[in-house]
Design a protein around this ligand. Structure first.
Ligand code: NAP
Length: 242
C-alpha cells in the first residue's frame, strides 16, 4: 500500500459516494484527510468519525467548490488544522439529468461551474505549495461521459471532457515540479448519483454497477505512482475502452 504518512489530502465532495470511499482509503494509507462537503454536514462528519475510529486524522470542511472565495477559505482552514495539501482529489460533481428539450442555460452554467471550474479553482489554490515542496498528486474524477454519450446530458459531457483536457494541460506543465495530474473515468458506480441516471446495471457487460471502493482503488494507484501523469483511467465493467 502507498505510504501517505505525513501527507495531507483534500477530497472535494468527500461526504458521500465515491468521494467518501476515496477519503477513507487515503486515511488508511496514513494521510490526514480534509473531507469537503457542500450541504450534508452530517454525512461528512460521519466519514470523519469513521477515520478517527481507526486512528486516523481527518476534518470536515464546508465549501461550495464552484465559488472562488469559499475555495480559498476552505484551503486556509485545512492548512491551519492539518497543514498544506499534498494530495488533491477533485471529486465533487453534479449530474443534472436533462433531455435536450429540457436543458437550460442555468443547468449548463451550474454544471460547468461545479464539475469544471471547481477543478481549476482548487488546483490553482494548491499548486504553489506543491511546487514549493516539489511533490504533489492531483486526481480528477471524470466520467465515461467525457468520451461516450452517457445518461445525463450534453452539459455533463462537456464538463467532463473539459476536465480531462485540463488534466493533460496541468500534467504537462507540472511534471518537472514532482506533481502528477491524472483522471479516473468511472461509468456507473453505485451511489446516490447513479440512482438518478440509471435504474439497472443491464448496460454494464460485467452485469453489475461498480463500487465506490473499486473507484478508490484506482485513485490510490494513481497517488502511489510517480511516473504516470496526464492519463485518464477508465473504470467501467467493460462498458468502454479509452
Ligand atoms: P454523489 O453520491 O451525488 O456525491 C456528490 C458529492 O459531491 C457529495 O459529497 C456532494 O456534497 C458533493 N458536491 C456536489 N456539489 C458540490 C459543490 N458545489 N461543492 C462541494 N461539494 C459538492 O456523487 P458520486 O456518484 O459519488 O460522484 C462523485 C464524482 O464521480 C462526480 O464528479 C461524478 O460526476 C463522478 N462520476 C460518478 C459516476 C457514478 O456512476 N456514480 C460516474 C461517472 C462519474 P453534499 O453531500 O454536501 O451534497
Amino acid at each position: 500500500m502507498t505510504d501517505l504518512k505525513g501527507r495531507v489530502a483534500l477530497v472535494t465532495g468527500g461526504s458521500r459516494g465515491i468521494g467518501r470511499a476515496i477519503a477513507i482509503s487515503l486515511a488508511e494509507a496514513g494521510a490526514a484527510v480534509a473531507v469537503n462537503y457542500r450541504s450534508r454536514e452530517h454525512d461528512a462528519r460521519h466519514v470523519v468519525e469513521a477515520i478517527h475510529a481507526t486512528g486516523g486524522r481527518a476534518m470536515p470542511v464546508c465549501a461550495d467548490v464552484s465559488q472562488s472565495v469559499q475555495v480559498h477559505e476552505m484551503l486556509a482552514a485545512v492548512q491551519r488544522a492539518l497543514g498544506p495539501v499534498d494530495v488533491l482529489v477533485n471529486n465533487a460533481g453534479i449530474g443534472l439529468v436533462r433531455t435536450v428539450d429540457e436543458l437550460t442555460e442555468e443547468d449548463f452554467d451550474r454544471t460547468i461551474a461545479v464539475n469544471l471550474k471547481s477543478v481549476f479553482l482548487c488546483t490553482q489554490a494548491v499548486v504553489p505549495g506543491m511546487q514549493t515542496r516539489q511533490w504533489g498528486r492531483i486526481v480528477n474524477i471524470s466520467s465515461g461521459a467525457a468520451r461516450g454519450a452517457g445518461g445525463v446530458g450534453p452539459h455533463y459531457n462537456a464538463s467532463k471532457a473539459g476536465l480531462e483536457g485540463m488534466t493533460r494541460g496541468y500534467a504537462a506543465r507540472l511534471v518537472k515540479d514532482g506533481i502528477t495530474v491524472n483522471a479516473v473515468a468511472p461509468s456507473l458506480i453505485e451511489t446516490d448519483m447513479v440512482g438518478a441516471v440509471a435504474s439497472s446495471a443491464a448496460r454494464i457487460p460485467l452485469g453489475r454497477f461498480g463500487t465506490p471502493e473499486e473507484c478508490a482503488q484506482v485513485v490510490m494507484m494513481l497517488v502511489g505512482n510517480a511516473y504516470m501523469t496526464g492519463q485518464t483511467v477508465a473504470l467501467s465493467g467493460g462498458l468502454s475502452f479509452l
